[in-house]
Design a protein around this ligand. Structure first.
Ligand code: CAA
Length: 254
């Protein structure tokens, strides 16, 4: 089951399947996809936080018992559904934060990797253990882990399938902060982001997402173009004027 709590522009999405350490089965992953689509389209939602219910797990992966019965077509479809969820988190026009409150393994680590920002509890355990099941990460992990931590660290983790603790995850850049309780820290950042210009955040996310793909010159040209376009909006005028007038800016989202 997926719970969505909205407060002051911040949506907290909680994955709740605690008897399986929040492992994602078809019903839960489909519901997560549907809720994320709604949040992506809702302009009143400025920041999305994803977390797991309970004390033990963020998400302990894709549901292994379900996967054991899949044939090629079923597995391909299952992979595509996970990819759809990852792309939603990665491309929705607002920041997404993973508050990793425990095990983030396999598909759980991949879900976190698709978020813009990753914070973890000091008790969290992360990894891509798929190799131990005779498979590979199938929801974007081979690509995003390599992009986030570099191909060397990604290969070591994916080939060995070992689980790492929060300190190591911080050291290799898989998460950017450790905090307890991690959801409080994620909310604090979300509140800060919700006070920024949503237009500037949208453009920033789009541009940084392009940094590791495509042509460098073209990406720089896009930055120059979108930087210029921001000056046609109210938020850029407000932010620049507020600084000159020594007051806090009031962004309207245009
Ligand atoms: N799928 C289905 N059920 C899971 C699960 C998963 N990924 N992870 C945990 N569970 C279930 C367990 O089967 C158990 O259920 P029962 O009580 O009915 O037996 C319950 O959650 C509690 O788990 P444990 O008893 O195993 O708890 P533990 O504290 O002894 O161990 C753990 C915790 C180390 C996380 C262990 O549960 C584990 O190794 N889980 C599997 C992790 C994993 O391999 N994840 C990757 C899945 S593959 C994937 O995600 C593919 C992809 O890229 C899309």
């Amino acid at each position: 089951m997926i719970h969505v709590e909205r407060d002051d522009g911040i949506a907290v999405v909680t994955i709740d399947r605690q008897d399986a350490l929040n492992a994602l089965d078809v019903a839960t992953l489909t519901e997560l996809r549907d809720r994320l689509h709604e949040l992506a389209a809702d302009d009143d939602v400025r920041v999305v936080i994803v977390t797991g219910a309970g004390e033990r797990a963020f998400v302990a992966g894709a549901d292994i018992k379900y996967m054991s019965g899949l044939d090629v077509d079923g597995a391909t479809e299952w992979g595509a559904l996970g990819h759809e969820v990852g792309r939603l988190l990665e491309t929705m026009p607002k920041p997404t934060i993973a508050a990793i409150n425990g095990f983030a393994l396999g598909g759980g680590c991949e879900l976190a990797l698709a978020c813009d920002i990753r914070y973890a509890s000091s008790r969290a355990k992360l990894g891509q253990p798929e190799i131990n099941l005779g498979i590979v990460p199938g929801w974007g992990g081979t690509q995003r882990l390599a992009r986030v931590c570099g191909p060397g660290a990604a290969k070591e983790l994916i080939f060995t399938g070992r689980t790492i603790d929060a300190d190591e995850a911080l050291r290799i850049g898989l998460v950017t902060k450790l905090a307890d309780p991690v959801l409080d820290r994620a909310r604090e950042t979300a509140r800060a982001l919700a006070s920024k210009s949503p237009v500037a955040l949208r453009v920033a996310k789009r541009l940084v997402n392009r940094a590791l793909g495509g042509d460098h010159e073209e990406n720089l040209a896009s930055e120059a173009e979108l930087f210029g376009e921001l000056f046609s909006g109210k938020d850029a005028k407000e932010g620049l004027t507020a600084f000159a007038e020594k007051r806090e800016p009031r962004f309207v989202g245009r």
